[in-house]
Design a protein around this ligand. Structure first.
Ligand code: ZN
Length: 328
């Protein structure tokens, strides 16, 4: 798993003996001086306390120049961790392309694949046709599942995809969706979904889903490509990078959403490897799927139907991707 840390990281002492010294002096110095010491101890203006931010990965990625932390970057990170549905200060601050510095994902391309399409149910003939996934044939696409109350997986995935796109674009990434609801009116087929990521030469690709299994089965899992070398499929060059991406997405998703790893696949790791998914088999770029929860479970569906929770889901996925892109 990648970084899993506290939401707030205590200020880092800049000098040895800071902690004990501060405590000792507290008993001796008058109020004004004590106030200054405390102020200075917590970093003062522009302090580098709370250096972990949107991702632990950034802290390590940027470790070659820790002293160049931008004003506001620490606080922005804390805000980002609250997974607020509103844009974070860091997000708006990094929007100007010229000012984003080392934190920018400028030049990075992410393809987001919202699983299924809200229009698929009206195009059953088209989506039922078989497509070649390298080691076999699969339906072009499926309608996806829904909650017992009828909130569809297609709606869920599109909403999370939009939120995720916003977050990644705020970090400077170029984002492409494989479809956007009614455009195209159905599909695309799973082979085409992979091809879109390949053609875009995506630095990372993710397919967003929610599962439809039995009540009581719950939790999220990230699906990694298994080794496939058959027909048009050869996943071997993307196995390691996809696993790295998937572990970072899983770790950050767990931390931000508090959704447990699946209790029905993956043996508690939140990670599953599959060789039967065309969207993974045919990918030539690092790619994973995420099943964010089980729409047929009452506890999970309460989360999946909440916009506040979906924002957290997008935030967790985003932080995983950002961490991956900054390390790669
Ligand atoms: Zn699905």
């Amino acid at each position: 798993m990648s970084y899993v840390g506290p939401d707030f990281e205590p200020p880092q002492p800049r000098r040895p003996r800071r902690g004990p010294l501060t405590v000792a002096l507290a008993a001796l110095v008058p109020g004004a001086l004590l106030g200054w010491l405390v102020y200075e101890a917590v970093g003062g203006p522009g302090g580098s306390g709370g250096g972990s931010d949107t991702a632990g990965g950034r802290a390590s990625a940027a470790s070659s120049s820790p002293s160049t932390a931008k004003p506001g970057s620490a606080g922005a990170g804390d805000d980002a961790k609250q997974a607020s549905p509103t844009p974070t200060p860091s997000a708006s601050a990094s929007s100007p392309v010229s000012g984003s510095g080392s934190g920018s994902l400028k030049g990075k391309v992410v393809v987001i694949d919202p699983g299924h399409n809200p229009g698929n149910y009206k195009h059953t003939t088209e989506i039922n046709r078989q497509v070649d996934v390298g080691n076999g044939h699969k339906e072009c696409d499926t309608t996806g599942t829904s909650t017992n109350d009828g909130y569809t997986e297609a709606s869920f995935t599109l909403d999370v995809a939009h939120r995720l796109r916003t977050l990644l674009e705020q970090q400077g990434a170029t984002v492409k969706l494989t479809h956007d609801g009614d455009s195209p009116p159905w599909g695309p087929c799973v082979d085409e979904r992979a091809r879109i990521g390949n053609t875009a030469r995506a630095d990372a690709a993710i397919s967003i889903h929610a599962d439809g299994v039995a009540e009581g089965e719950r939790g999220f899992h990230v699906i990694l490509p298994g080794s496939v070398n058959a027909g048009a499929a050869d996943t071997r060059p993307i196995l390691d990078s996809s696993r790295d991406l998937g572990e970072r997405v899983a770790g950050n998703f767990l931390r931000v959403t508090d959704e447990p790893p699946s209790n029905y696949v993956g043996e508690g790791t939140g990670l599953v490897t599959r060789t039967d998914l065309g969207g993974l088999n045919l990918s030539t770029v690092p790619k994973v799927f995420i099943e964010c929860g089980n729409m047929r479970d009452s506890k999970d569906s309460a989360r999946l139907t909440s916009g506040t929770w979906r924002q957290k889901a997008a935030q967790g996925i985003s932080e995983g991707i950002v961490s991956f892109l900054r390390e790669s």
